[in-house]
Design a protein around this ligand. Structure first.
Ligand code: CA2
Length: 147
């Protein structure tokens, strides 16, 4: 059974509490529950993690090697700044799907560039919480797994 790591970066723990017009009203716990249910449906393993700390995110990516078959990464604002996260993804040689709740291309200019995109298999953005299950299905399809 393939296993997916869904990794969330800074401030995503605040989902559902502020800026609902941008990020919706669902909490990260709601999203985790959706992902857990979807993993059961698709018969895949899942680890769902969040950190506000770049180094913790780096360690989670390094630890994914040998434990998980693909990474779904919402790196939050580190998307636009972190060469370290880009290098970590390259180093583990696992397929990684970049994910954003919002359509970053319809927002401020600084959100239009992404270090993560340079090493991503593909990018999903603008579909809100549903993007998480879309990204899981994209990863599962890439891995050639069927439930
Ligand atoms: O749209 C996304 O998923 C983002 O990764 C979210 C990041 C943002 O910096 C990226 O450009 C796009 C921000 C996450 C912050 O989430 C908050 C949630 C509630 C209240 C405040 C921030």
């Amino acid at each position: 059974m393939p296993s997916l790591l869904v990794l969330n970066g800074p401030n995503l723990n605040l989902l559902g509490t502020r800026q609902p017009e941008v990020y919706g009203r669902v909490t990260l716990t709601d999203i985790e529950e959706m992902c857990v249910a979807h993993a059961k449906l698709r018969d895949v393993g899942l680890s769902f993690q969040q950190s506000n700390h770049e180094g913790v995110l780096l360690d989670a990516i390094h630890d994914a090697k040998g434990k998980h078959d693909a990474i779904i990464l919402n790196a939050g604002a580190y998307t636009h700044t972190s060469i370290a996260l880009m290098d970590a993804v390259s180093s583990v040689e696992l397929p990684m799907i970049e994910l954003h709740l919002s359509n970053v291309h319809a927002r401020e200019d600084f959100r239009h560039s992404s270090y993560i995109s340079k090493v991503a298999l593909g990018v999903i953005c603008g579909f809100g919480a549903r993007g998480y299950t879309l990204a899981m299905d994209a990863a599962i399809s890439h891995l050639g797994h069927s439930a």
